[in-house]
Write a protein that binds this ligand. Structure first.
Ligand code: COA
Ligand code: AMP
Length: 647
């Protein structure tokens, strides 16, 4: 199937004026069990949507039925491409390389789906997946999709507390995990004790845990634990067929950091997700069947869900699952080695990863050692792409380096340079233009649209396109409060920025208390909750401050309880350890300062954004609502040591 041949401007216009036609056409790229007659069910329509949609979001293809796993696997086998490689597992940290054809991946997935069924997992039940970057993670995700179970993958770098919070929210019937992950800095990271600890902390208990025993470490098993290999042994359990699901049935829940300490379970549907991701591969990434995509992220993040697992497989492409780092496994040539070895057409990674490569190989000498003739485009996302990193990559690779902007909630890019549809000139610092389906508006504080060049809140006019969030798991009210309340009729992205005269978008960073550490999204509230439990802490604030490698790193300001007489240095060490233990090693505090007070508004809101801008060397306007300006003035030299203390 090929998409209608139109220009970017025509597609973007059509997606806004006639979304039913635009996405109805795109739906033809997916194999449906029951073809949808209805494309869009928008609650904003006069009658509450064509089916009386009571949800606070648009539902796509509401009368269609399909199976996502069928579209990602079986369909390609049926079409005669079963021998083509679906997945390449490349793991320098274990010295393993293995290719899975579509036939083989389908068989393994059907078998694991059968295992889940035998464990009592039914359509709609949740399965939590806490696995490192191993093929079993993909098999487990697709196995869930096959039987209509809702997977929730948790990133391995999160600690037991975070895992427990997700277990209690998703209430999984089964948890799938492994004995260990492999991290170059810490070698073997035992996962099973983290899972056991999380289950001690959680109220909800799964019926069983399936544990993948890796050769690097044997986990000790309890009565509830079952060995992946034992369960998968041929002949014991019948493989499961794909079940028929409504397009609007949930495919997965993926937790992300909101502005509070409580993670938000972003829900994705089956039909809209399949249609949108398939469209994005052809029109944004320009990857077709049989071509190879390497997305160097982790299956625990949305980038991994969409562009390691679902989109390449829905396309019939080959995806590379890389268990390694951009540097140190063994060196900064790792990505280039992967491109050359696997004939990668598109590489997608984060600016942080590229900065690490640039740091270790500033002159790009390692690049010259590999044949990169297959590589057409480098895509970057997850955080702002700084101009120096952009220049370095474009100069040394000599191919388009494409920044694109999106978030867990949208599941696929909001703004991009559409390399398949109509490549556009690149403006460094901009992720180019709004993708068809997204009506990007810049709004001022009063909700009025701002003219080109003026900075404001980046919002998306409703309805959002297919593939975007179908609410917060079990909490539609929270979805409305977080995203739809600030400006009625718009989705609030949480990012600030502007559109220029050519319609290019510039994203300037979060306007809320979310930070981005090495491409990992964390919230102030999440880290502050870990600090607040320390007996010496009366009050605290965590802000994300600029860092040359990781983009941002978390920094804490702490007010101690009256009468506390301990050492600030010791307290800093203890607090840093708490954050690692309770949130995870990816959230290591860069610095802790004990201060006399925190600046607040008169209603008690801590002025984190003002402190963050001061720490980054900026000169923010002091909010008129500040309770006591002297508190802020005393903090200036602490936040940014070159500042003079006005007192
Ligand atoms: N499981 C267990 N631990 C993990 C982990 C995982 N999946 N991922 C990271 N960690 C641990 C690391 O081992 C490290 O532990 P340490 O502090 O004891 O050494 C800690 O978390 C911090 O890891 P990381 O943020 O990866 O920093 P680093 O200094 O080890 O590596 C980079 C620096 C730049 C190489 C690394 O941050 C990186 O690859 N970043 C790109 C990430 C990315 O692509 N994100 C985009 C997602 S879309
Ligand atoms: P996540 O949900 O983890 O994917 O994080 C989404 C957030 O990361 C966005 O809201 C942005 O703040 C940031 N982000 C992602 N991609 C970009 C980009 N290309 N440019 C600037 N910020 C980005």
């Amino acid at each position: 199937m090929s998409y209608p041949s139109r220009s970017y401007a025509q597609d973007h216009q059509l997606s806004r004026t006639d979304p039913e036609r635009f996405w109805g056409e795109a739906a033809a790229a997916i194999t449906w069990i029951h073809k949808p007659a209805l494309v869009l069910d928008d609650p904003a329509d006069a009658d509450g949507g064509s089916t009386g949609n009571a949800a606070p979001f648009a539902r796509w293809f509401p009368d269609g039925t399909l199976n996502t796993c069928f579209n990602a696997l079986d369909r390609h086998v049926v079409a005669g491409r079963g021998e083509q490689t679906a997945l390449i597992y490349d793991s320098p940290v274990t010295g393993t390389r293995r290719e899975y054809s579509y036939t083989e991946l389908t068989e393994l997935t059907a078998k694991f789906a059968g295992v889940l069924r035998a464990l009592g997992v039914d359509t709609g039940d949740r399965v939590l997946i806490y696995l490192p970057m191993v093929p079993e993670a993909v098999i487990a995700m697709l196995g869930c999709a096959r039987i209509g179970a809702v997977h929730s993958v948790v990133f391995g770098g999160f600690a037991a507390n975070e895992l427990a919070a997700r277990i209690d929210d998703a209430r999984p019937k089964v948890i799938v995990s492994a004995s260990c992950g492999i991290e170059p800095t810490r070698l073997v990271v035992a996962y099973k004790p983290l899972l056991d600890r999380a289950l001690e902390l959680a109220e909800h208990q799964p019926e069983s845990c399936v544990i993948l025993q890796r050769p690097q470490l044997q986990a000790s098993m309890t009565d509830r634990d079952l060995d992946w290999q034992d369960l998968m042994r041929a002949g014991l359990i019948a493989p499961a067929e794909c079940v028929e699901l409504k397009a609007t049935d949930p495919l997965y829940i993926l937790y992300t950091s909101g502005t509070t300490g409580r993670p938000k379970g972003i829900v994705r549907d089956n039909g809209g997700h399949a249609v949108a991701l398939r469209w994005s591969m052809a029109n944004i990434y320009d990857v077709g069947p049989g071509e190879v995509m390497l997305t160097a992220s982790d299956v625990g993040w949305v980038v991994g869900h969409s562009y390691i697992v679902y989109a390449p497989l829905l396309t019939g492409a080959t995806t590379v699952l890389y268990e390694g780092k951009p540097v140190g496994t063994p060196d900064a040539g790792a990505f280039w080695r992967l491109v050359a070895d696997h004939q990668v057409k598109v590489l997608f990674t984060s600016p942080t990863a590229l900065r690490a490569v640039k740091r270790d190989d500033p002159d790009g000498e390692l690049i010259a050692g590999y044949d990169l003739s297959s590589l057409r485009t480098l895509f970057l996302a997850g955080e702002r792409l700084d101009p120096a990193t952009y220049e370095w990559a474009s100069t040394h690779l000599g191919i388009p380096v494409v920044d694109h902007w999106w978030q867990t909630e949208t599941g696929w890019p909001i703004a991009a340079n559409l390399r398949g549809l109509e490549p556009m000139p690149i403006k460094p610092g901009s992720p180019t233009v709004p993708v068809p389906g997204y009506d990007v508006r810049i709004l001022g504080p009063d909700g009025r649209p701002l003219p080109a060049g003026q900075e404001g809140a980046i919002c998306l006019k409703l309805p959002l396109p297919p593939g975007t969030s179908q609410g917060v798991w079990g909490d539609d009210r929270r979805y409305v409060e977080s995203y739809l309340s600030a400006f009625p009729g718009y989705y609030l992205t949480g990012d600030g920025g502007y559109l220029d005269d050519d319609g290019y978008l510039f994203v300037l960073g979060r306007t809320d208390d979310v930070m981005n550490v090495a491409g990992h999204r964390l919230s102030s509230g999440q880290l502050e909750a870990a600090l607040a439990g320390h007996p010496a802490v009366a009050e605290c604030a965590v802000i994300g401050v600029e860092d040359p490698l990781k983009g941002q790193v978390p920094r804490a300001l702490v007010v101690t309880r009256a009468g506390w007489t301990g050492s600030a240095e010791q307290l800093a060490t203890e607090l840093a350890a708490r954050v690692r233990e309770q949130v995870g090693p990816i959230a290591s505090l860069s610095r802790v300062d004990v201060v006399a007070g925190l600046p607040k508004t008169r209603s008690g809101k801590i002025l984190r954004a003002t402190m963050r801008q001061l720490a980054d060397g900026g000169d923010p306007a002091v909010p008129s609502t500040i309770e006591d300006v002297a508190v802020l003035d005393r903090l200036r030299p602490v936040l940014h040591p070159s500042e003079q203390n006005p007192a």
